[in-house]
Design a binder for this molecule. Structure first.
Ligand SMILES: [Zn+2]
Length: 412
């Protein structure tokens, strides 16, 4: 049997061990302070003996955080030494989101349940799935004595669910030299249900608050006031024209063009017979990465100011969120090609590089020019009650990651 076949066969036998590690880490809630928790340290401590047993080299890159009792948010690089070649890294996050309404669960969210080939519990899909799969990929390599041509490592981070300031962002700030553009970096925290989506790019996220000022008056005498709701309505309609000025398309995205949508509107006057003098609404814009946010902002400001002037109203635009997406990972980057070959072999799927409309932690790598691919065979139960993952998927994703870690995706 060739090395790659031996690795796949070894991982295929590891399902019972995977379930046991899942049980251990699911039992340790790891909620960030924003979510009312004490962070991720206890969970990392539960994992450390397992990592040490593999003989991995460990480097902590903890972030101080006075909001938690321990005063720190743990981040860890843990790798199997290899040759002098580029490293392969798989990043998973330690934190989870709160379980929400306990009544919506079929049992304790912090106690793993196994039923019909699935595991249930908070965090099992997001992101224990990636963590456990990558850990057992390394474990199988270690047991088979496979030495990779470059480091094969795990990046375990805190704070992914609440901004990554104490997680990956801190790691990249503190240890910018830990990663090289030649490395293969995989984030198994996104994808689709077929395993066929390798996420290489994300739209920019631009959220705006628009406050329209008029002059309140009685409903019977609109000529004495300035109807802010009417002006706001015209502005909302005009967003269609503004976004039409940015007609670029990128077929890697499911929705290949940029969008600008009015979403929330703050409550205005409470009665029908008052003409409002103040209206506040919000826009959610998702823009292709190559579009400079400044150009969209300028076009929007100009159009809304014109309408305000015509209506005798005022308009103030402020930012709620502004995330300019970094340049995409090239669709032919080595990590993408490696994943495509490994996914074809393990899942029997032709995976395609694509984009998504939301933001992931991978953006922090891309900002630093590090080509990263977000991939797993995921399911939509994350952040939901009764979060689940299939045991078979854990095994297969471990096989894919094993082929990447060992650089054996094109070997027998
Ligand atoms: Zn996640």
């Amino acid at each position: 049997m060739g090395k790659a076949a031996a690795l796949l066969a070894r991982i295929a036998k590891m399902a019972p061990e995977m379930v046991e590690l899942m049980r251990v880490i699911t039992a340790v809630p790891a909620l960030g302070p924003v979510n009312g928790g004490q962070g991720e340290l206890a969970k990392l401590q539960a994992l450390l003996p397992h990592l040490a047993a593999l003989g991995l080299t460990l480097e902590r890159v903890d972030a101080p955080d006075p909001r938690v009792e321990s005063g720190l948010r743990p981040n860890l690089l843990a790798w199997l030494p290899g040759g002098d070649g580029p490293a392969a890294w798989v990043l998973s996050h330690l934190d989870v989101v709160p379980p929400g309404d306990p009544a919506a669960w079929g049992g304790d969210p912090w106690s793993l349940r196994v039923r019909d080939g699935r595991l249930y519990g908070r965090g099992v899909e997001d992101n224990h799935h990636g963590l456990v799969s990558s850990f057992f990929a390394l474990k199988a390599m270690k047991e088979l004595g496979i030495t990779p041509p470059g480091r094969a490592g795990l990046v375990l981070v805190a704070d992914e669910e609440t901004g990554s300031g104490h997680g990956l962002e801190h790691v990249l700030r503190t240890r910018p030299d830990a990663f090289s553009p030649a490395d293969l970096i995989v984030v198994p925290d996104g994808g689709d249900q077929s395993g066929g989506l390798i996420e290489v790019t994300e739209k920019s996220i631009y959220w705006l608050r628009v406050e329209v000022g008029g002059r309140q008056t009685h409903g019977a005498s609109p000529h004495r006031g300035v109807n802010s709701l009417m002006a706001a309505a015209r502005m909302m309609v005009a967003t269609r024209e503004v976004i039409a000025g940015f007609p670029q398309t990128d077929q890697r995205f499911g929705l290949p063009h940029s969008t600008m949508e009015p979403t929330r509107i703050e409550e205005g006057v409470a009665n029908v017979n008052t003409i409002p003098g103040r209206t506040v609404f919000y826009l959610d814009c998702r823009l292709l990465p190559e579009i400079p946010l400044g150009e969209v902002e300028a076009a929007l400001r100009q159009r809304l100011a014109t309408i305000a002037e015509q209506e005798g109203a005022t308009v103030e635009i402020s930012e709620v969120q502004r995330l300019q997406s970094p340049p995409a990972t090239p669709s032919d980057a080595p990590v993408v090609r490696a994943l495509q070959a490994a996914i074809r072999r393990v899942h029997g799927v032709e995976a395609r590089p694509g984009g998504i409309g939301g933001g992931t932690v991978a953006a922090f790598f891309r900002q630093r020019g590090l080509p990263v691919a977000v991939w797993s065979k995921t399911n939509p139960s994350l952040h939901q009650p009764e979060e689940w993952v299939e045991i078979d998927t854990l095994v297969r994703d471990a096989q894919v990651l094993g082929l990447i870690f060992a650089r054996l995706w094109d070997q027998e």
